[in-house]
Design a protein around this ligand. Structure first.
Ligand SMILES: [Zn+2]
Length: 222
């Protein structure tokens, strides 16, 4: 909300009627109304992605939980995108996610035990990976932002789904990293933002987590 939306080229503040998701981009043919410079395609992509997540959240879940999932997913989209751009996760977004989880506990959607053990899982695994990476390579493999993100994801998902999220994220990250290395050449110093993969894994678990429960319950019965 602050500073207000503005054109990164001419710094002109964008009035609300020119800040309508997707529509303004189309009406202005992807160009700033003041200086005529191009608006990054990232804006409509994020807007479409967010809109899509809102639609499936309300289609999938009850209105209250759907609203919470939609908000939480929107936070994850913003956070993942910012991590790709500047390799940093804003604390304000982590706190926003935390507030949603606290509301979830208060309205009875989450129980605090799952939140506690899930949050712990989400913190300990990234911390352990950070420690191991440092031990073997003397580098900081993951950022503290990833640990904070792990906390809110784990708190939302609970321990089991958080572990699966970490697995999905690591597998996706490795896949993309291998792909990039094949195309652009191997570079051990190439930074890899981890938040996007964590976010993808978490959203997958939020929507498909009930199936995971079914599969694991069968395992436990066996
Ligand atoms: Zn401009």
């Amino acid at each position: 909300m602050s500073p207000r939306s503005h054109c990164p080229h001419c710094m002109t503040i964008i009035p609300f009627y020119r800040n309508i998701p997707i529509i303004s981009f189309l009406l202005q043919k992807g160009k700033c109304a003041s200086c005529g410079k191009e608006i990054s395609i990232q804006y409509p992509i994020v807007e479409i992605l967010t809109g899509f997540v809102w639609v499936i959240s309300f289609a999938y879940f009850t209105p209250l939980y759907g609203a919470m999932v939609a908000l939480f997913s929107s936070i994850l989209i913003a956070l993942a995108w910012i991590d790709i751009q500047i390799m940093m996760i804003p604390l304000s977004l982590i706190v926003s996610g935390l507030i949603l989880i606290i509301i979830g506990i208060m309205v009875g959607i989450f129980n605090w035990q799952t939140v506690f053990w899930g949050g712990l899982t989400g913190v300990l695994f990234p911390l352990a990976m950070m420690g191991l990476t440092y031990l073997f390579t003397k580098r900081q493999g993951m950022g503290w932002g990833d640990v904070q993100l792990g906390f809110i994801l784990g708190a939302w998902l609970g321990p089991l789904r958080m572990m699966l999220t970490l697995f999905i994220a690591a597998a996706l990250g490795l896949l993309v990293w291998t792909g990039i290395s094949l195309f652009k050449g191997f570079d051990r110093d190439r930074p890899l933002p981890f938040a996007p993969y964590l976010a993808i894994g978490a959203v997958a678990m939020i929507f498909l987590g009930s199936y995971v429960g079914l599969i694991f319950d069968k395992f436990l019965l066996l």
